[in-house]
Write a protein that binds this ligand. Structure first.
Ligand code: SAH
Ligand code: SF4
Length: 355
């Protein structure tokens, strides 16, 4: 049974159905109780035992004594004018993680979740990279971030439709827990694989392993640069797996899965928004089934770079089109809050709201 080190309470989200059944038997409950509670958790998505209205009062009291719905403690929340909601959560051992909910006009509700506390990859432009590595998250901690948004949406009669692994951390550096969390999202929250995206900094062996999983989950690769020495300066992981090795793995993924890959491009003024860079990128991506997402850089504390100008991005995108490479320019979400990954922690710590 899953009991956390620092809490004697049992987190029901961390249990399989079988484990929940065993727990309820241990508590002297009838066999059908597990199904009832499971439905309240994942179908009705209530956030407290009191709302499980077909349970006897004594059962609810026992559950409250022994168990919790979740292990994440809310530390701070921010809401942007564009509807983006950001959460800062504390894990049972005190580590902090962020997650974001982005409502889109077309009814899509996308949760952006973290796979690690901090990140070991050290990308210089990234607020999470700047804070270093805390630890890997357990599958249940990754899953719970989406569960919390799903629960809140259910309370308003809405459904969480999409999940992206673009919060803190490198999902493929925590491969097994990430894949386990993906499966929980699919089975417990009924989110289709095609509505889940994993974004990676470019761990080539894990991209190949992921291709072999045979899942329909989308893959996004953060490229940001076309010349090895320059990419290594921005993204130290490139020293281990350079651009050739990375693109080889991407080609393997496309060949194995028949799926289009997303190439992420954080557009940084003067750094990777030039026409020359666009032509190099166009040549690199020729023949790869892919789509480029261009996102203007979110400025972060320890990095002097600034977002590329809209006109430069438009030229960049047009140059790519010349190579038959399609691209979309993404609007930056939540620019009036600290919506960039790792930025809320930095802001909260700056305000000394977190010890
Ligand atoms: N570790 C994974 C996923 C988390 S980061 C990865 O790197 O892909 C999610 C995306 O945000 C990545 O494409 C990353 O390069 C990008 N990113 C990080 N910091 C950013 C910033 N300051 N501005 C714009 N994009 C950023
Ligand atoms: Fe880690 Fe991704 Fe940030 Fe790089 S961009 S430091 S891989 S979270």
């Amino acid at each position: 049974m899953t009991r956390s080190h620092s809490s004697p309470m049992i987190n029901l989200y961390a249990l399989t159905f079988k484990e929940l059944s065993a727990l309820l038997t241990e508590l002297g409950e009838p066999p059908y109780r597990a199904r009832q509670i499971w439905d309240w958790m994942y179908e009705r998505r209530v956030d407290r035992f009191d709302a499980m209205s077909n349970l006897p009062k004594a059962t609810i009291a026992r559950l409250r004594e022994k168990a919790t719905l979740g292990s994440l403690e809310l530390v701070a929340r921010q809401q942007s004018r564009d509807g983006t909601e950001k959460r800062l959560h504390r894990l049972v051992d005190g580590q902090l993680i962020e997650s974001v909910l982005m409502p889109y006009d077309d009814e899509r509700k996308t949760a952006c979740i973290s796979s690690q506390a901090g990140c070991a990859m050290g990308c210089v432009f990234c607020a999470t990279g700047q804070m270093g590595f805390g630890r890997n998250l357990a599958a249940s901690e990754i899953f719970e971030q989406a569960m919390i948004f799903a629960r809140e949406l259910a309370g308003r009669g809405e459904r969480l439709s999409n999940v992206v692994f673009m919060g803190m951390g490198e999902p493929f550096h925590n491969y097994d827990a990430t894949l386990a969390a993906v499966r929980l999202l699919m089975t417990r929250l009924d989110i289709g694989a095609r509505h889940i995206t994993i974004s990676t900094v470019g761990l080539a062996p894990q991209i190949r392993r992921f291709a072999d999983e045979g899942l329909q989950v989308k893959l996004a690769v953060s490229l940001h640069k076309t010349v090895d020495a320059q990419r290594s300066a921005l993204m130290p992981v490139n020293k281990r797996w350079g651009i050739d090795a990375l693109l080889d793995a991407c080609r393997y993924y496309v060949a194995r899965s028949n799926r289009r890959i997303t190439i992420e491009w954080a557009a940084i003024a003067g750094e990777n928004d030039t026409e020359e860079e666009a032509h190099r990128l166009g040549r690199l991506l020729t023949g790869l089934l892919c789509h480029v997402n261009i996102i203007p850089l979110n400025p972060t504390g320890d990095y002097a770079g600034l977002p590329a100008a809209a006109a430069r991005i438009e030229n960049f995108s047009q140059a790519l089109r010349g190579y038959g490479v399609s691209s979309t320019v993404r609007v930056r979400r939540g620019i009036d809050i600290d919506a960039g990954c790792g930025q809320l922690i930095t802001a909260v710590q700056r305000d000394k709201a977190v010890g």
